[in-house]
Ligand binder design. Structure first.
Ligand SMILES: C[S@@+](CC[C@H](N)C(=O)[O-])C[C@H]1O[C@@H](n2cnc3c(N)ncnc32)[C@H](O)[C@@H]1O
Length: 211
């Protein structure tokens, strides 16, 4: 995945970011050893960013869309108090088996609830307010995820969306997923329910705060 910062600067950022936990490191190691899609992990700097945001807003109830091997779910759980909960959704029972295996080694793993199935179906069954939602699954559904989640987020809560720059393809969209991200970014920027900042962290991260 192309980054928007030089390799040297990224390494410097990583070296000056609080190190990931052993359990997160183990997830990353196994993912890189076994998957061709390991670049989908948020990585150590963005991972710490998620932990910090969850902790900074005092989040107790988090929804994640797109679990994969469980790295970002554990980073979010690490930012929650002992009675916090991360509900995380994925369609793939195979990759999420890796997640389950590593979560049980973490003191924060008990906060994570995995829901297997299309995320829109899972979200439709959820009730109650969330403090933070992290959107990181199929790009064609980003606007649908947004519309399903914004009403569920409390005032002052955050909706964070990953890959919003889509390797820069948002500037010259060709594929369906490119257009989906372009539409999503315009949709969010025009939404009066939130304030949003689009950041060039990794593949682009939008952080929106519900008004
Ligand atoms: C980018 S990865 C998530 C990476 C993870 N957030 C991390 O950083 O550790 C995207 C995940 O979304 C899942 N996914 C794709 N379509 C989905 C859908 N309709 N509902 C739920 N999950 C879906 C994929 O199976 C994949 O594991």
């Amino acid at each position: 995945m192309p980054e928007f910062t030089s390799e040297k600067i990224l390494k410097y950022c990583e070296a000056h970011t609080t190190p990931e936990s052993n359990e997160c490191r183990a997830i990353a190691d196994e993912t890189f050893a076994t998957s061709d899609s390991a670049q989908m992990l948020v990585g150590p700097v963005q991972g710490m960013f998620l932990t910090l945001l969850a902790r900074a807003i005092g989040a107790k109830r988090v929804l994640e869309i797109g679990t994969f091997t469980g790295y970002s779910a554990l980073r979010l759980a690490e930012g929650l108090p002992d009675d916090g909960v991360v509900i995380t959704c994925d369609v793939d029972p195979e990759v999420t088996a890796i997640a389950r295996k590593h979560w049980q080694n973490s003191p924060h793993g008990g906060k994570i609830m995995l829901e297997i199935g299309p995320a829109l179906d899972t979200i439709a069954k959820l009730t109650g307010r969330f403090d933070l939602v992290f959107i990181d699954a199929d790009k064609e559904n980003y606007v649908n995820y947004w519309e399903a989640c914004v009403p569920m987020v409390r005032t002052g809560g955050l909706i964070i969306a990953d890959n919003v720059l889509w390797s820069g393809r948002v500037l010259d969209p060709k594929e369906k997923s490119d257009h989906a991200l372009v539409e999503f970014n315009s949709h969010v920027a025009a939404d009066p329910r939130v304030d949003v900042a689009m950041l060039t962290i990794r593949d682009g991260v939008s952080v929106a705060c519900k008004r």
